[in-house]
Design a binder for this molecule. Structure first.
Ligand code: LAG
Ligand code: CA
Length: 480
């Protein structure tokens, strides 16, 4: 429940937020597989309520467990899983089982598979769930009261009682259906709002993964549980680590503060990990931003770095990928452009999602950002694979907001986040040789198109002009 079951030495889970299943399949084959990514987090796969204007968040209002949404139907879902697996990529599904769809301006509410529901009567015939399956209505107001957080309504969403057998049975049936379709695990939505003891029963009844679907027979699916815990509420993320990994929202906030230079500077990266308040790496599900906090939902506010802060976001993401905390499953957000925080994905006048197009330079268009295709991020996914299972050594505080460190004897990075040029001789840990910085260039025909770094006796002199991007990375395979 803590292992993402990547195929080989792959790294990272890309959240292809609001992508269509067949576009994901294509992305696995043409980009994610060849570039050593590990897996994809999909959007919510089961039927959701249709909200006028089609905001992204309608997908967090379930109507039934039918696999039919704007991303595609069950047949397409299955095709995606198989094509991605053949490309070496695992699929993880966003699962919303804390609540069902809220009342809409007109009754009945209509879902993306055509189902009807009567939320104010707690009647969802397409499941079916009825009034007895829900907690008594109350709204969450006091986050210091764990019972209220678990048993009252989050944002007015009818709250399912996961303590009831028939509710559990429906959830388990759905999760097992996804296992049969070949998924490797789940992003469990809103876990803070469900009792760990109920989740324990539910997870324990989820089938093991099978050889037939390309896994080690009998292994447990990966669970990453969304628990927003910034340390100031009654519910703690530690309550969930015996069940699976847990989202590390303080990582997202702190990395934002470090790179924005708000109450922090790069020297904070020296003790990055449990000493900075994170869970042990095995349990810690890390990310720079997610689909909520990139638009001011959830937590983190103005600290969060998103695609809108392009250079800082890339630098922070490159650091996340360079640092071992979070194991092989750091999550990378892949967004669509938005101005209004409610705005849904690129869509046509019928409300159908429009596919991303790929430009000749490899970037996306049609309203899709595709941060996961930005070259620095792709290069650092490879860096993470090459330096896998090594620790940070030789950390050097060069000057304020200028640092460097090694990953064992396999990789080295230097970061300049100050407005001064960086020029220093530092620990570089790699075997003697001349290496090509993979951020400023590439090794082409044995020559480096960017900055070369000469390592002698574990030291190297490095220069990062203040005008440059401010991140340098070399590794064993970038040796000339
Ligand atoms: C989550 N994690 O715990 C998701 O990551 C987050 O995106 C979900 O909220 C939330 N939990 C419930 O699954 C999102 C939006 C909310 C939205 C909700 C349901 O952040 O803003 O609420 O999905 O669609 C919306 C309106 C509310 C309204 C509610 C019910 O924004 O104002 O009260 O619908 O009508
Ligand atoms: Ca609840």
């Amino acid at each position: 429940q803590w292992d993402p079951h990547f195929i080989g030495n792959r790294q990272g889970i890309v959240h292809l937020f609001e992508w269509k299943w067949l576009d994901i399949a294509d992305e696995c084959e043409t980009f994610l597989g060849p570039n050593n990514f590990g897996g994809v987090q999909t959007s919510v796969a089961n039927e959701n309520v249709i909200i006028s204007g089609r905001p992204w968040y309608e997908r967090y209002q379930p109507m039934s467990f039918k696999l039919e949404t704007r991303s595609g139907n069950e047949k397409e879902f299955r095709e995606m899983v198989v094509r991605c697996r053949n490309a070496g990529i695992r699929i993880y599904v966003d699962v919303v089982v804390n609540h069902m769809a809220a009342s809409q301006p007109s009754t009945p509410a209509i879902g993306t598979a055509g189902s009807e529901a009567y939320p104010s009567d707690r009647w969802y015939p397409a499941v079916p769930f009825n009034k007895s399956d829900f907690n008594t209505a109350c709204s969450i107001e006091n986050y210091n009261d764990p019972k209220q957080v678990r048993d009252c309504e989050l944002a007015g969403l009818p709250d399912l009682d996961q303590g009831r057998k028939d509710v559990r049975d429906k959830i388990i049936e759905y999760l097992n259906h996804l296992i049969d379709l070949g998924v490797a695990g789940y992003r469990m939505d809103a876990c803070k709002h469900m009792w760990p003891k109920d989740l324990r029963v539910i997870y324990s009844r989820v089938k093991p993964l099978s050889k037939q679907n390309g896994f080690v027979q009998g292994s447990r699916p990966f669970f990453f549980q969304e628990v927003i815990d910034l340390g100031n509420e009654a519910v703690k993320r530690q309550e969930y680590i015996s069940l699976g990994t847990v989202t590390e929202f303080t990582y997202s906030t702190q990395i934002g503060m470090v790179f924005r230079k708000i109450e922090r500077d790069l020297s904070a990266l020296k003790n990055w990990g449990p000493p900075s308040g994170f869970l042990p790496s095995r349990y810690s599900f890390v990310f720079v931003c997610n689909h909520d906090n990139q638009r001011g939902h959830g937590s983190g506010g103005d600290m969060i770095l998103t695609y809108k802060d392009k250079d800082l976001f890339i630098k922070a993401s490159a650091f996340m990928l360079a640092h071992p905390h979070g194991g092989n499953h750091p999550r990378l957000m892949s967004s669509f452009y938005f101005d209004d925080p409610s705005q849904g994905p690129p869509q046509n006048s019928n409300g159908d999602i429009i596919s991303r197009e790929i430009e000749s330079n490899g970037t996306c268009s049609n309203g899709w950002v595709c941060e996961h295709r930005w070259p620095e991020i792709v290069k650092m996914v490879k860096f993470r694979a090459i330096t896998d299972k090594t620790v940070v050594i030789g950390f050097t505080n060069i000057a304020k907001n200028q640092i460097s460190f090694c990953r064992g004897r396999k990789g080295f990075v230097a970061i300049n986040n100050s407005d001064q040029p960086l020029s220093a001789t530092v620990n570089a840990c790699l075997p003697n040789g001349v290496y090509c910085d993979v951020i400023s260039g590439d090794k082409v025909d044995g020559k480096c198109t960017g900055t070369s770094v000469n390592v002698r006796a574990g030291k190297a002199h490095i220069e990062i002009p203040s005008s440059s991007f401010g991140f340098l990375a070399i590794h064993l395979e970038s040796r000339l």
